[in-house]
Design a protein. Structure first.
Length: 161
């Protein structure tokens, strides 16, 4: 199987997650490619002919980061235009720690809907429901304690779709 992992990052947290996923998914039969969204064109991704598409990135000001939103939307459009349906797809997102002082528009329940709308554009036979979220301490990190456990669960669910 060909697995494409695309991420956006500002401080390296999502790169760390993407590379962790790739490391866990690599085996003798799968070809896994990991790309920062700004370093791969939609055409290059399309020409790779992935079976599985995993993507993620940060929340910025209560929104899906513009870079990953734009990239995933265009890639999904290219797939749809060409009548391609991927075998599997899944998405993750990173966000700051939410407290009782967090404005409602930044609350995960509201931001998750935006991620789900973006994910809904991706044509795939099997999709991992929802968005796997990982908290980040402050703007630059670190990722939440035991984030690897959460991402290992994400990987297991994708594998078992």
């Amino acid at each position: 199987m060909k697995i494409l992992i695309v991420y956006d990052t500002k401080y390296g947290n999502n790169k760390q997650i993407a590379e962790f996923i790739a490391e866990k998914l690599r085996n003798a039969t799968d070809e896994v490619r990991v790309h920062y969204a700004k370093d791969i064109s939609h055409k290059q991704a399309f020409e790779f002919h992935p079976d599985i598409f995993l993507f993620g990135g940060p929340i910025r000001a209560g929104m899906v980061s513009f870079t990953i939103k734009r990239w995933a939307s265009h890639f999904a459009g290219l797939l749809t235009k060409n009548g391609i349906t991927l075998a599997k797809a899944a998405v993750w997102a990173t966000h700051g720690v939410f407290t009782s002082d967090t404005p409602e528009r930044f609350a995960w329940k509201n931001v998750a809907r935006k991620w789900e709308a973006l994910f809904g554009k991706v044509p795939a036979s099997k999709k991992l429901p929802g968005v796997t979220d990982v908290s980040v301490g402050g703007m630059e990190g670190p990722l939440e304690v035991d984030w690897q456990v959460k991402i290992n669960e994400f990987i297991a669910k994708v594998t078992n779709l």
